[in-house]
Design a binder for this molecule. Sequence first.
Ligand code: PMP
Length: 297
Amino acid sequence: MRIYIDGQYYSKEDAKVSVFDHGFLYGDGVFEGIRAYNGRVFRLKQHVDRLYESAAAIHLSIPTSRPDLCRSVVETVRANEIRDGYIRLIVSRGPGDLGLDPRQCPTPSIIIIAGKIQLYPKECYDSGIEILTCATRRNRPDALNPAIKSLNYLNNILAKIEVSTAHSEKKPRLLEGLMLNADGKVAECTGDNIFYVTGGGLHTPPPSDGILRGVTRQAVLELAREAGIPVVEQSCTQLDLYAAEECFLTGTGAEMIPVVQIDDRPIGDGQPGPVTQQLRARFAALVAAEGVRVYAE
Ligand code: PMP
């Protein structure tokens, strides 16, 4: 494995950051998870744009241009000879002192790791997963806006611990947690956006309800519009989900995964539904065809 740190490649063993890096000390930094399919990097520009937006939100100036950063991502994928994989792009505040003040960290660090990911068991993509509503609420946008993809993921981790605590041999498909916002509205899952189908329309919470604006979410919204499926971005409650005909999650790691049970209630007939299946097929075709080429073909 060849890991990119500030313009140099290191082996897995030698890829190290300072214990004084505020990314480590305080979760002070931003990141992206990006996917390569079929030798192409999916929606690289959208991920890099979101990274710059997250960085701007935390007053972090990324010490390179967007095109150069895109090139470094592609080069790292190539250096690792990956055709299908997962890329972690991180910009941390960089080494400073033990105080909070980021002005003590003059040099942000850029790190790129290209590897593999398998978030959910393969069979779940056909049979669907179960989710539960977590007691942990999503961060309030006026405290730490979930639209910022920061290195501080403790809110999501606390919710994920609730899921793994409830996961058991009797509940092998219980693999994700639904997070409500402070008003009790549905926000998103610990690492994915949520969609549901009702009356033939595709519904998902709006960004104003405190979610990460997922790159996969955006791609699925585009695919639904192309397919003539009405799309509604509107606040919703757990009850809307319980009464839905279909439900699924989207994320770079998760891709598109059907949800067939929420809080022990079956969704629809308890099987992945036709709209979900149609969109999954369209999504698979999209990722195979689109993206920035890594290798000369
Ligand atoms: N919400 C959260 C909290 C996430 O961490 C992620 C990414 N794993 C998503 C949604 C999905 O975003 P994307 O489709 O851009 O990966």
